[in-house]
Design a protein around this ligand. Structure first.
Ligand code: NAD
Ligand code: COI
Length: 331
């Protein structure tokens, strides 16, 4: 089979090369993203494999259909950036990798939590001024004494619940569709109760429109004063202006944000500006009780190898058997 790969990161290329050598399929690798222009390179290929957080648009699917390409596999979990209705309209079928390593993201959420609890941002900022004694003044909190509220007990949320349990924290969870898991030590509660009781609120839900700004000014006001908010899921879940106001007033004690609300528009503009230029991002970055990262919670060796191998295997299943178990249904 002839496969064209888009959005390849440097650290994926060795795994793409190994997969090609192991399977004998032809793989043409591009670092550019799949969009209305670059889709032209796919003419003559059997299937497309891609990774990006920027949109997969109607034009991409129209062009794929014109080339007779019916299958796209993505190397990641989230499908919120895909116009699934347009894909279905053009007969393009899509599969994701729902579980390349839930632990990678869950561990990152725990990392951010510990960073904020021990006030490392303030310690580092004070040390950077040369004030060694001042940097000894930031007393921390222990995770074992905290109540963690996990919103979304899917694959990543459940991995996070196990990890927080391992640290001795009390864990509450909210999920309208909880899966049966007898080994999971948490108490399911309604969202309002979770917001009111948790010292740490940890989001692991998809960025579908229904979840847009689930954490808004009202939700922030329902939290305990000084609570910490962790988002490694999707940027649209939090009203960032409201979060900044809550951080400024002290209602929110800190935030760990791997997925930033305006990530997509900034990434789409980056070619013009040459940098991630966003005043709101810069204001958040300046706060010692905020840790911002550039959508890297997934980024481990295990995850990256699985993203490449699983997504290419799913594409071959699509092409040779007409089906693969991780096919994403149109919303
Ligand atoms: P999943 O589908 O296994 O679980 C999601 C869970 O959220 C489901 O159980 C669902 O019932 C629940 N849910 C949906 N809406 C909810 C709501 N409003 N309140 C409470 N629960 C709700 O997905 P997953 O593998 O756990 O991934 C979760 C999200 O993590 C993905 O959708 C993706 O956006 C994000 N993600 C981020 C990274 C990263 O690098 N930062 C990597 C992978 C995934
Ligand atoms: C996902 O897998 O959904 C992620 O958020 C990871 C990213 C590389 C797209």
């Amino acid at each position: 089979m002839k496969i064209i790969v888009y959005g390849a990161h440097d650290d994926e290329i060795p795994y793409l090369t190994q997969w090609q050598a192991k399977t004998g399929h032809t793989v043409e690798v591009h670092q550019e993203l799949l969009d209305a222009q670059t889709v032209a390179w796919a003419a003559g290929f059997d299937g497309i494999n891609a990774l990006q957080t920027t949109p997969y648009s109607r034009e991409v699917f129209a062009q794929m259909a014109a080339f007779g390409i019916h299958f796209l596999t993505i190397r990641n979990v989230g499908t919120d950036n895909i116009d699934l209705a347009a894909a279905a309209e053009y007969g393009v079928r899509i599969a994701n990798v729902p579980a390349y390593s839930p632990n990678a993201i869950a561990e990152f959420a725990v990392t951010m939590t510990l960073h904020l609890l021990r006030r490392l941002g303030a310690v580092e900022a004070t040390l950077a001024t040369g004030d060694y004694q001042g940097a000894t003044k930031f007393i921390g909190r222990e995770l074992a004494q905290q109540t963690v509220g996990v919103v979304g007990a899917g694959r990543i949320g459940r991995a996070a619940i196990h990890l927080f349990n391992g640290f001795g924290a009390k864990v509450l969870a909210y999920d309208p569709h909880p899966v049966q898991d007898d080994g999971l030590a948490c108490r399911y509660v309604e969202l309002d109760e979770l917001l009111a009781q948790a010292d740490i609120i940890d989001l692991h839900i998809p960025g579908i429109p229904a979840n847009d700004h689930i954490i808004d000014a009202d939700a922030l006001a329902k939290m305990k004063r000084g609570a910490l908010l962790i988002n490694t899921a999707r940027g649209n879940l939090i009203d960032t202006q409201a979060m900044l106001a809550a951080l400024t007033s002290g209602q929110l004690g800190g935030a760990g944000i791997d997925t930033y609300e305006h990530e997509t528009e900034n990434l789409l503009a980056i070619n013009a500006t040459g940098r991630f230029a966003d005043p709101l991002w810069d204001r958040l970055r300046a706060l010692p009780n905020v840790v911002l990262t550039p959508h890297i919670a997934y980024h481990t060796e295990t995850a990256v190898q699985n993203m490449v191998d699983y997504s290419l295997n799913y594409l071959i299943e699509f092409l040779t058997q007409g089906a693969t178990e991780t096919e994403v249904a149109a919303r």
